[in-house]
Design a protein around this ligand. Sequence first.
Ligand code: SAM
Length: 325
Amino acid sequence: MPRPPFKKRLMRDVFRCISLLNAPVYLWPYFSREAGAEYGVGFFRKAHLLWSMFRNRFRIVTASGFLDHVVMVTEILKIPRDVKGVVVECGSYQGGSMVNFSLVCAMVGRELHVFDSFAGLPEPSEAEKLHKVLSIRNISTFQKGDWCGTIEVVTENIRRYGSLSVCRFHQGYFDQTLPQFREPVVFVFCDVDLRTSLEPCVENLWPLLQDHRMLFTHEAHHMEIAGLFFEPEWWQSRNLEKTPPGLVGGGSGIGLYVSDKGRFQSALGFAVKNLQVTDLASSGPEAAPWPVVVRPILTREEHFDNSGTLDGPPSVTVSAASSNT
Ligand SMILES: C[S@@+](CC[C@H](N)C(=O)[O-])C[C@H]1O[C@@H](n2cnc3c(N)ncnc32)[C@H](O)[C@@H]1O
Protein backbone atom coordinates (compact mmCIF):
# COMPACT_ATOMS: atom_id res chain seq x y z
CA MET A 1 0.00 0.00 0.00
CA PRO A 2 1.31 3.53 -0.76
CA ARG A 3 2.46 5.44 2.33
CA PRO A 4 0.44 8.57 3.16
CA PRO A 5 2.33 11.91 2.91
CA PHE A 6 4.60 12.95 5.81
CA LYS A 7 2.30 15.69 7.17
CA LYS A 8 -0.65 13.31 7.25
CA ARG A 9 1.41 10.65 9.02
CA LEU A 10 2.65 13.23 11.55
CA MET A 11 -0.88 14.42 12.31
CA ARG A 12 -2.05 10.83 12.63
CA ASP A 13 0.73 10.04 15.10
CA VAL A 14 0.04 13.17 17.16
CA PHE A 15 -3.62 12.19 17.44
CA ARG A 16 -2.63 8.61 18.28
CA CYS A 17 -0.51 9.92 21.17
CA ILE A 18 -3.44 11.98 22.42
CA SER A 19 -5.58 8.85 22.21
CA LEU A 20 -3.05 7.00 24.34
CA LEU A 21 -3.57 9.58 27.09
CA ASN A 22 -6.99 8.00 27.51
CA ALA A 23 -5.30 4.70 28.28
CA PRO A 24 -6.66 4.53 31.85
CA VAL A 25 -10.17 4.29 30.41
CA TYR A 26 -9.29 1.20 28.33
CA LEU A 27 -6.92 -0.30 30.86
CA TRP A 28 -9.52 -0.24 33.64
CA PRO A 29 -11.44 -3.21 32.18
CA TYR A 30 -8.21 -4.86 31.00
CA PHE A 31 -6.75 -4.88 34.51
CA SER A 32 -10.08 -5.65 36.22
CA ARG A 33 -10.24 -8.96 38.06
CA GLU A 34 -13.00 -10.15 35.75
CA ALA A 35 -10.51 -10.25 32.86
CA GLY A 36 -8.37 -13.33 33.28
CA ALA A 37 -9.06 -14.40 36.89
CA GLU A 38 -10.73 -17.67 35.80
CA TYR A 39 -7.57 -18.56 33.87
CA GLY A 40 -5.20 -17.62 36.70
CA VAL A 41 -4.01 -14.60 34.69
CA GLY A 42 -3.31 -11.85 37.20
CA PHE A 43 -1.94 -8.33 37.14
CA PHE A 44 1.70 -9.11 36.35
CA ARG A 45 0.96 -11.48 33.47
CA LYS A 46 -1.45 -8.96 32.02
CA ALA A 47 1.15 -6.20 32.39
CA HIS A 48 3.66 -8.37 30.56
CA LEU A 49 1.14 -9.17 27.81
CA LEU A 50 0.36 -5.47 27.44
CA TRP A 51 4.05 -4.66 27.03
CA SER A 52 4.42 -7.40 24.39
CA MET A 53 1.38 -6.07 22.52
CA PHE A 54 2.78 -2.55 22.62
CA ARG A 55 6.11 -3.70 21.21
CA ASN A 56 4.43 -5.85 18.56
CA ARG A 57 2.74 -2.70 17.27
CA PHE A 58 6.17 -1.56 16.06
CA ARG A 59 7.49 -4.97 15.01
CA ILE A 60 4.78 -5.98 12.54
CA VAL A 61 3.06 -3.76 9.99
CA THR A 62 -0.59 -3.79 10.96
CA ALA A 63 -3.87 -2.37 9.74
CA SER A 64 -5.38 -2.30 13.24
CA GLY A 65 -4.21 -0.36 16.29
CA PHE A 66 -2.84 -1.06 19.75
CA LEU A 67 -6.02 0.09 21.49
CA ASP A 68 -8.13 -2.09 19.18
CA HIS A 69 -6.05 -5.04 20.30
CA VAL A 70 -6.34 -4.12 24.00
CA VAL A 71 -10.13 -3.91 23.76
CA MET A 72 -10.44 -7.29 22.02
CA VAL A 73 -7.88 -9.09 24.18
CA THR A 74 -9.79 -7.85 27.25
CA GLU A 75 -12.94 -9.48 25.89
CA ILE A 76 -11.12 -12.78 25.29
CA LEU A 77 -9.83 -12.74 28.88
CA LYS A 78 -13.40 -12.18 30.11
CA ILE A 79 -14.88 -15.26 28.38
CA PRO A 80 -15.94 -17.73 31.09
CA ARG A 81 -13.54 -20.64 31.19
CA ASP A 82 -16.28 -23.27 30.94
CA VAL A 83 -17.55 -21.89 27.61
CA LYS A 84 -16.00 -24.16 25.00
CA GLY A 85 -14.64 -22.84 21.74
CA VAL A 86 -11.87 -21.36 19.69
CA VAL A 87 -10.93 -17.81 18.73
CA VAL A 88 -11.22 -16.93 15.02
CA GLU A 89 -9.58 -14.19 13.01
CA CYS A 90 -10.64 -13.57 9.42
CA GLY A 91 -8.11 -11.36 7.64
CA SER A 92 -4.59 -11.42 9.05
CA TYR A 93 -2.50 -9.36 6.57
CA GLN A 94 1.03 -9.69 8.06
CA GLY A 95 -0.18 -10.98 11.43
CA GLY A 96 -0.24 -7.67 13.38
CA SER A 97 -3.46 -8.44 15.27
CA MET A 98 -3.05 -12.22 15.05
CA VAL A 99 0.22 -12.10 16.98
CA ASN A 100 -1.51 -10.59 20.02
CA PHE A 101 -4.47 -12.95 19.76
CA SER A 102 -1.99 -15.83 19.72
CA LEU A 103 -0.39 -14.59 22.95
CA VAL A 104 -3.69 -14.29 24.79
CA CYS A 105 -4.92 -17.61 23.37
CA ALA A 106 -1.81 -19.31 24.75
CA MET A 107 -2.64 -17.81 28.17
CA VAL A 108 -6.26 -18.95 28.20
CA GLY A 109 -5.65 -22.31 26.52
CA ARG A 110 -7.67 -21.76 23.35
CA GLU A 111 -6.81 -22.37 19.71
CA LEU A 112 -6.62 -19.45 17.29
CA HIS A 113 -8.00 -20.24 13.82
CA VAL A 114 -6.91 -17.80 11.12
CA PHE A 115 -8.64 -17.58 7.74
CA ASP A 116 -7.05 -15.69 4.89
CA SER A 117 -6.23 -16.03 1.22
CA PHE A 118 -2.66 -15.00 2.15
CA ALA A 119 -2.78 -13.38 -1.29
CA GLY A 120 -4.70 -10.22 -0.37
CA LEU A 121 -8.21 -9.12 -1.28
CA PRO A 122 -10.23 -10.84 -4.00
CA GLU A 123 -11.40 -8.76 -6.96
CA PRO A 124 -13.91 -6.24 -5.55
CA SER A 125 -17.15 -5.71 -7.42
CA GLU A 126 -17.63 -2.27 -9.02
CA ALA A 127 -19.82 -1.22 -6.08
CA GLU A 128 -17.14 -2.29 -3.59
CA LYS A 129 -14.14 -0.56 -5.07
CA LEU A 130 -14.95 2.45 -2.94
CA HIS A 131 -16.38 2.72 0.59
CA LYS A 132 -17.54 6.01 2.08
CA VAL A 133 -16.28 6.56 5.61
CA LEU A 134 -18.52 9.46 6.55
CA SER A 135 -17.44 9.73 10.19
CA ILE A 136 -13.97 10.92 9.17
CA ARG A 137 -14.95 12.24 5.72
CA ASN A 138 -12.77 9.69 4.04
CA ILE A 139 -12.92 7.23 1.18
CA SER A 140 -11.44 3.73 1.30
CA THR A 141 -10.57 2.19 -2.03
CA PHE A 142 -9.85 -1.48 -2.72
CA GLN A 143 -8.16 -3.51 -5.43
CA LYS A 144 -7.46 -7.18 -5.91
CA GLY A 145 -4.35 -8.20 -4.01
CA ASP A 146 -4.42 -5.29 -1.51
CA TRP A 147 -3.28 -6.16 2.02
CA CYS A 148 -1.38 -9.23 0.94
CA GLY A 149 0.59 -10.96 3.68
CA THR A 150 1.97 -14.29 2.51
CA ILE A 151 1.66 -17.32 4.77
CA GLU A 152 5.47 -17.41 5.08
CA VAL A 153 5.63 -13.81 6.35
CA VAL A 154 2.74 -14.34 8.78
CA THR A 155 4.14 -17.61 10.12
CA GLU A 156 7.56 -16.06 10.68
CA ASN A 157 6.07 -13.02 12.47
CA ILE A 158 4.04 -15.21 14.81
CA ARG A 159 6.96 -17.56 15.42
CA ARG A 160 9.18 -14.61 16.42
CA TYR A 161 6.76 -12.47 18.42
CA GLY A 162 3.74 -14.61 19.28
CA SER A 163 2.74 -18.18 20.01
CA LEU A 164 2.69 -20.30 16.86
CA SER A 165 1.66 -23.49 18.65
CA VAL A 166 -1.94 -22.30 19.24
CA CYS A 167 -2.45 -21.16 15.62
CA ARG A 168 -4.30 -23.08 12.91
CA PHE A 169 -4.15 -21.68 9.38
CA HIS A 170 -6.97 -21.92 6.81
CA GLN A 171 -5.67 -20.72 3.47
CA GLY A 172 -8.06 -19.68 0.68
CA TYR A 173 -10.94 -17.34 -0.01
CA PHE A 174 -13.54 -17.29 2.77
CA ASP A 175 -16.38 -18.69 0.64
CA GLN A 176 -14.22 -21.80 0.07
CA THR A 177 -12.68 -22.35 3.51
CA LEU A 178 -15.32 -21.26 6.02
CA PRO A 179 -18.14 -23.64 5.02
CA GLN A 180 -15.85 -26.57 6.01
CA PHE A 181 -15.30 -25.18 9.51
CA ARG A 182 -17.27 -26.79 12.36
CA GLU A 183 -15.66 -25.84 15.70
CA PRO A 184 -17.59 -23.99 18.41
CA VAL A 185 -16.40 -20.38 18.50
CA VAL A 186 -16.10 -17.95 21.43
CA PHE A 187 -14.71 -14.87 19.69
CA VAL A 188 -14.51 -13.61 16.09
CA PHE A 189 -12.52 -10.76 14.60
CA CYS A 190 -13.32 -9.93 10.97
CA ASP A 191 -10.90 -7.49 9.38
CA VAL A 192 -11.77 -8.14 5.77
CA ASP A 193 -12.53 -4.75 4.15
CA LEU A 194 -15.19 -5.84 1.67
CA ARG A 195 -18.85 -6.56 2.32
CA THR A 196 -18.61 -9.54 -0.05
CA SER A 197 -15.80 -10.87 2.15
CA LEU A 198 -17.65 -10.18 5.40
CA GLU A 199 -20.81 -11.97 4.30
CA PRO A 200 -19.35 -15.54 4.18
CA CYS A 201 -17.63 -14.87 7.53
CA VAL A 202 -20.85 -13.90 9.31
CA GLU A 203 -22.94 -16.49 7.48
CA ASN A 204 -20.67 -19.38 8.50
CA LEU A 205 -19.36 -18.22 11.87
CA TRP A 206 -22.49 -16.76 13.48
CA PRO A 207 -24.15 -20.19 13.88
CA LEU A 208 -20.93 -21.52 15.49
CA LEU A 209 -20.59 -18.55 17.86
CA GLN A 210 -21.63 -19.31 21.43
CA ASP A 211 -24.44 -17.29 22.99
CA HIS A 212 -23.44 -13.92 24.44
CA ARG A 213 -20.07 -14.01 22.68
CA MET A 214 -18.82 -11.23 20.43
CA LEU A 215 -18.09 -10.81 16.75
CA PHE A 216 -15.89 -7.77 16.08
CA THR A 217 -15.47 -6.05 12.73
CA HIS A 218 -12.69 -3.64 11.87
CA GLU A 219 -14.83 -1.83 9.32
CA ALA A 220 -17.57 -0.60 11.66
CA HIS A 221 -17.15 2.92 10.28
CA HIS A 222 -17.87 1.79 6.70
CA MET A 223 -21.59 2.23 6.12
CA GLU A 224 -21.51 -0.65 3.61
CA ILE A 225 -20.27 -2.97 6.40
CA ALA A 226 -22.22 -1.56 9.36
CA GLY A 227 -25.44 -1.86 7.35
CA LEU A 228 -25.20 -5.65 7.21
CA PHE A 229 -25.76 -5.88 10.97
CA PHE A 230 -29.08 -4.03 10.69
CA GLU A 231 -30.67 -5.69 7.65
CA PRO A 232 -33.48 -8.08 8.72
CA GLU A 233 -33.80 -9.56 5.19
CA TRP A 234 -30.13 -10.57 5.10
CA TRP A 235 -30.26 -12.29 8.52
CA GLN A 236 -33.61 -13.94 7.87
CA SER A 237 -32.79 -15.19 4.37
CA ARG A 238 -29.80 -17.08 5.80
CA ASN A 239 -31.73 -18.42 8.80
CA LEU A 240 -29.38 -16.66 11.20
CA GLU A 241 -31.66 -14.40 13.26
CA LYS A 242 -35.21 -13.05 13.06
CA THR A 243 -33.95 -9.69 14.25
CA PRO A 244 -30.47 -8.55 13.22
CA PRO A 245 -28.10 -8.09 16.17
CA GLY A 246 -27.06 -4.52 15.31
CA LEU A 247 -23.52 -3.28 15.67
CA VAL A 248 -22.12 -1.36 18.63
CA GLY A 249 -20.07 1.37 16.97
CA GLY A 250 -21.93 1.05 13.66
CA GLY A 251 -21.13 4.04 11.44
CA SER A 252 -18.25 5.54 13.39
CA GLY A 253 -16.65 2.76 15.45
CA ILE A 254 -16.48 2.64 19.22
CA GLY A 255 -14.83 5.78 20.61
CA LEU A 256 -11.19 4.81 21.05
CA TYR A 257 -9.13 7.30 19.05
CA VAL A 258 -9.24 11.08 18.83
CA SER A 259 -9.70 12.10 15.20
CA ASP A 260 -8.65 15.35 13.55
CA LYS A 261 -12.39 16.00 13.17
CA GLY A 262 -12.54 16.58 16.93
CA ARG A 263 -14.35 13.36 17.79
CA PHE A 264 -13.65 9.99 19.30
CA GLN A 265 -13.95 7.21 16.75
CA SER A 266 -12.33 3.99 15.59
CA ALA A 267 -12.77 1.26 13.02
CA LEU A 268 -13.87 -1.25 15.63
CA GLY A 269 -17.43 -2.36 16.29
CA PHE A 270 -19.04 -5.50 17.64
CA ALA A 271 -22.20 -7.56 17.61
CA VAL A 272 -23.19 -9.90 20.44
CA LYS A 273 -24.87 -13.23 19.80
CA ASN A 274 -28.29 -13.76 21.32
CA LEU A 275 -28.09 -11.23 24.11
CA GLN A 276 -31.48 -10.63 25.77
CA VAL A 277 -32.57 -7.69 27.88
CA THR A 278 -32.84 -10.02 30.87
CA ASP A 279 -29.20 -11.09 30.37
CA LEU A 280 -28.13 -7.47 30.43
CA ALA A 281 -30.04 -6.84 33.64
CA SER A 282 -28.70 -9.89 35.43
CA SER A 283 -25.10 -9.17 34.46
CA GLY A 284 -25.43 -5.51 35.43
CA PRO A 285 -24.08 -5.47 38.96
CA GLU A 286 -21.06 -7.60 38.04
CA ALA A 287 -20.37 -5.60 34.91
CA ALA A 288 -20.70 -2.18 36.46
CA PRO A 289 -20.08 -0.86 39.96
CA TRP A 290 -23.39 1.04 39.86
CA PRO A 291 -26.96 -0.32 40.01
CA VAL A 292 -28.60 -1.12 36.66
CA VAL A 293 -32.07 0.32 36.19
CA VAL A 294 -34.48 -1.79 34.16
CA ARG A 295 -37.64 -0.07 32.98
CA PRO A 296 -40.41 -2.24 31.58
CA ILE A 297 -41.30 -1.26 28.01
CA LEU A 298 -44.81 0.24 28.00
CA THR A 299 -47.33 0.90 25.31
CA ARG A 300 -48.40 4.50 24.81
CA GLU A 301 -51.73 3.72 26.56
CA GLU A 302 -49.97 2.20 29.56
CA HIS A 303 -47.81 5.30 29.88
CA PHE A 304 -50.86 7.51 30.14
CA ASP A 305 -52.97 5.07 32.20
CA ASN A 306 -50.39 5.11 34.90
CA SER A 307 -51.55 8.11 36.98
CA GLY A 308 -51.37 10.33 33.96
CA THR A 309 -47.63 10.57 33.91
CA LEU A 310 -45.25 9.54 31.20
CA ASP A 311 -42.90 7.84 33.64
CA GLY A 312 -44.79 4.56 33.97
CA PRO A 313 -44.58 2.19 36.91
CA PRO A 314 -41.57 2.29 39.17
CA SER A 315 -38.39 1.00 37.58
CA VAL A 316 -36.64 -2.06 38.95
CA THR A 317 -33.18 -1.56 40.29
CA VAL A 318 -31.10 -4.71 40.05
CA SER A 319 -28.70 -5.00 42.92
CA ALA A 320 -25.91 -7.52 43.33
CA ALA A 321 -27.90 -9.34 46.02
CA SER A 322 -31.11 -9.68 43.99
CA SER A 323 -29.33 -10.81 40.85
CA ASN A 324 -27.64 -13.66 42.67
CA THR A 325 -30.90 -15.21 43.75
C1 SAM B 1 -6.99 -5.23 6.31
S1 SAM B 1 -6.24 -6.76 6.11
C2 SAM B 1 -6.24 -7.45 7.74
C3 SAM B 1 -5.42 -6.66 8.70
C4 SAM B 1 -4.99 -7.37 9.97
N1 SAM B 1 -6.10 -7.87 10.73
C5 SAM B 1 -4.15 -6.43 10.81
O1 SAM B 1 -4.62 -6.04 11.88
O2 SAM B 1 -3.07 -6.09 10.39
C6 SAM B 1 -7.46 -7.68 5.26
C7 SAM B 1 -7.13 -9.14 5.08
O3 SAM B 1 -8.30 -9.82 4.67
C8 SAM B 1 -7.96 -10.80 3.70
N2 SAM B 1 -9.17 -11.04 2.88
C9 SAM B 1 -10.10 -10.13 2.51
N3 SAM B 1 -11.09 -10.72 1.82
C10 SAM B 1 -10.80 -12.05 1.78
C11 SAM B 1 -11.48 -13.19 1.25
N4 SAM B 1 -12.65 -13.08 0.60
N5 SAM B 1 -10.92 -14.40 1.44
C12 SAM B 1 -9.73 -14.53 2.10
N6 SAM B 1 -9.05 -13.48 2.62
C13 SAM B 1 -9.58 -12.25 2.47
C14 SAM B 1 -6.80 -10.18 2.94
O4 SAM B 1 -6.01 -11.17 2.32
C15 SAM B 1 -6.06 -9.43 4.05
O5 SAM B 1 -5.07 -10.23 4.62
